[in-house]
Ligand binder design. Structure first.
Ligand SMILES: [Zn+2]
Length: 128
């Protein structure tokens, strides 16, 4: 039984398994964010006098900000997925209400859309 054609039976996914993955990832992200935020604080606290130090500190600071932004976004998605587990809607596509395949959730446990909707969504995103 490998095809999901026809029957509208949801393929059983082990929610507890995905919850554990999500919680572990959340913990990682919180640690990364705490570290990066500490870096930025250090940067602001240190009084740099040399111009090249100031520039490299600025570059590092911008990099940290970008990384923080990226991980904060991922963290929010993970929080939303954990909330879905509580709400019993985990693994359901936000756009078409279809079940997201287990294969896709294994690759991206905080996926919001099924693969079809993901492609549609990405097509409609402005490329930066
Ligand atoms: Zn969908």
């Amino acid at each position: 039984m490998t095809t999901s054609q026809g029957a509208c039976v949801q393929s059983p996914i082990d929610i507890a398994e995905f919850e554990a993955i999500l919680l572990a990832r959340k913990q990682d992200l919180l640690e990364i964010l705490a570290l990066r935020n500490a870096n930025i604080k250090d940067l602001h606290a240190s009084s740099l006098t040399d111009d090249s130090d100031v520039i490299s500190a600025q570059i590092q600071g911008e990099l940290d900000s970008l990384i923080i932004e990226k991980y904060t976004l991922e963290l929010a998605e993970i929080e939303a997925s954990l909330q879905k587990i509580i709400d019993n809607t985990y693994g359901i596509c936000e756009m078409c209400d279809d079940t997201i395949s287990k294969e896709r959730l294994t690759i991206k446990p905080h996926a919001r859309f099924c693969i079809t909707c993901r492609e549609l969504y990405e097509k409609n995103q402005p490329k930066s």
